[in-house]
Design a protein around this ligand. Structure first.
Ligand code: NDP
Length: 334
């Protein structure tokens, strides 16, 4: 019988060249004994492509902290071996964040050895592909929805705007908010995605330039709430349009990490900026978010907002997600 540590492993491996450029190779010559330390061995059944993975594979600085690295900030699969009493062989698990795919080998592989502390039991009935159709982006969207709710906002508060709406975080946010009864305004640079965004539940579309083009610190009060994955002038424009007592959840930086705003929305309209960090989100909150995603995510997102690709295509997909050309969520199958 094959010993577990000699099992073959397929993985996308990033290495750094002398000139600091990054090279990605799909390798089939590794075994489980090459995997980094950890107390749980997982057979990966699916991973997903997030914006951050695009940055890692394209060799953008600031994501991968050491080389060689297997990228992939998300994974879902089945436990093969465990020294953590909370997990047993055969358990269905998922993992997002915790620096996996950045400082510890991640999900773009057939196997991963990780810490049990980083794992979440998959909710009843959620298979690995569904978990990865949601992935970090969908989980982040749910954390943003929870933050708005905990702040006290409801569909009766007024319209909610979602920026980067046709992307991963944005698509899931649109679908979750619409299902919860919000009137959702989708801000997108892709007018051709109108039918898609309306199928997810968006009531109205606005062009990406509408918010990013606003110049005044306070504009006409328009939105009770916002979920933003773009940052920069887009988030600044969103803040300027928040109604009195409104709040925006800041999730991302697809348009830039700067925030050219003033204090006026905060001190004259009581606006609030809620920060969303999915990477270090505590376990109890993670479980709550995943249970809600399992119950509340409309089937339409999974049927029209998800594409599936083999591991061998990740290198081609990376520049596309960075260019904002990927619709919804992308599942990667090892
Ligand atoms: P996607 O690429 O799937 O979505 C980003 C979307 O933003 C695009 O689809 C596009 O939407 C819009 N966009 C892209 N480029 C620009 C631009 N230059 N100016 C304005 N809009 C742009 O990425 P994800 O959904 O995976 O991630 C979105 C962001 O959220 C990223 O910055 C990511 O790093 C961050 N993130 C943060 C997390 C956290 O824990 N805080 C977790 C997950 C993601 P459209 O075409 O509709 O305009």
């Amino acid at each position: 019988m094959t010993q577990p540590n000699s099992q073959a492993v397929r993985a996308l491996v990033l290495t750094q060249n002398d000139d600091k450029s990054v090279r990605a190779d799909l390798r089939g010559d590794l075994t489980v004994s090459d995997l980094p330390e950890g107390n749980v061995l997982v057979r990966v059944e699916a991973s997903s492509l997030n914006y951050k993975d695009g940055m890692a594979v394209a060799g953008r600085p600031g994501i991968v902290r050491k080389f060689p690295m297997v990228p992939g900030i998300d994974l879902a699969g089945t436990v093969l071996e465990s020294q953590d009493e909370r997990y047993r062989p055969g358990d269905a698990v998922l993992l997002t964040g915790w620096g996996v795919g950045e400082g510890h080998w991640g999900g773009f592989a057939s196997h991963a050895r990780v810490q049990g502390d980083w794992l979440t039991h998959r909710p009843e009935g959620m298979d690995a592909k569904k978990a990865m159709a949601i992935g970090t982006a969908g989980f982040t969207a749910m954390l943003a929805v929870m933050a708005l709710e905990e702040y006290g906002l409801t569909p009766d508060s007024g319209d909610v705007v979602v920026t980067g709406a046709a992307g991963g975080v944005g698509s899931v946010a649109v679908a979750l908010l619409a299902a919860a009864g919000w009137r959702v305004v989708a801000s997108t640079g892709r007018a051709e995605e109108e039918e898609y965004l309306k199928s997810l539940g968006a009531a109205e579309l606005i062009g990406r330039d509408v918010l990013s083009g606003l110049k005044r610190p306070l504009e006409k009060e328009r939105f009770a709430a916002g979920i933003d994955s773009v940052g920069s002038t887009t988030l600044a424009g969103l803040l300027a349009c928040l109604k009195r007592g409104g709040a925006a959840a800041a999730c991302g930086l697809a348009g830039g990490s700067d925030l050219p705003t003033t204090v006026l929305p905060f001190i004259l309209r009581g606006a609030t900026l809620l920060g969303i960090d999915s990477v270090m989100c505590p376990p109890e909150r993670r479980e709550r978010a995943w249970e809600r995603l399992n119950r509340e995510l409309p089937a339409v997102l999974l049927s029209s907002g998800v594409s599936e690709y083999p591991l061998s295509e990740v290198q081609e997909l990376a520049p596309r997600i960075l260019a904002g050309q990927v619709r919804g969520r992308t599942v990667i199958v090892p």
